[in-house]
Write a new protein. Structure first.
Length: 187
């Protein structure tokens, strides 16, 4: 048990040193942070923006802004700060796209062929996720895909804790409705 406490203290010291080096413009520190956060940030951008090319652009823009605005990082909570940047970039990308209406996709409710059921299920979940209002999609992605606590979601999005919980709850309800046919077909 004693070793684990020392290990945590050492990790905190390493992170403090890494953030300090990053703020000083150390490219190796930036690369270390990039390597650590690239997968969750890309996954977040991909779920927030349905278009893969736009999601890749948002992902790249997030890390460019991270580096350019490194002096604005307060404390060592790089994860929350980086997800806040990614969120803003994604929302800006979506504003510029200005999709006024998502058309009903009849193939969404069609019976999948027995082959590749998991792939079809994932595609249907992704399509259902795309149909959620942005505020609900964002909360659900942060909670279910990225593992953020309700408190972290509230801080990232700039809302009250209770509203973060409500958004996740409503997103889950809508997903159940959107995927109701899929669940019945699987049984």
């Amino acid at each position: 048990m004693r070793g684990s406490g020392n290990h945590i203290t050492r990790l905190e010291e390493d992170l403090t040193d890494l953030v300090r080096a990053f703020k000083d413009g150390d490219r190796d520190a930036f690369r270390t942070l990039y390597d650590f956060f690239q997968t969750p940030i890309y996954r977040f951008c991909r779920h927030m923006i349905a278009d893969e090319a736009m999601a890749k652009d948002a992902f790249q823009e997030t890390f460019i802004r991270m580096y350019e605005h490194r002096m604005e990082l307060r404390g060592e909570n790089v994860r929350s700060w980086l997800f806040t940047i990614a969120r803003r970039v994604c929302l800006n990308q979506l504003r510029t796209r200005r999709l006024a209406h998502i058309e009903f996709d009849e193939t969404f409710h069609a019976n999948p062929e027995p082959v590749e059921r998991d792939v079809v299920l994932k595609e249907r979940i992704d399509k259902a996720l795309e149909q959620l209002p942005m505020t609900l999609r964002e909360a659900l992605v942060l909670r279910e895909y990225e593992g953020h606590s309700y408190q972290e979601i509230a801080a990232l999005v700039g809302i009250d804790l209770s509203l973060a919980k409500v958004r996740v709850y409503r997103a889950r309800l809508l997903m159940r409705k959107l995927l109701a046919g899929v669940v019945l077909q699987e049984r």
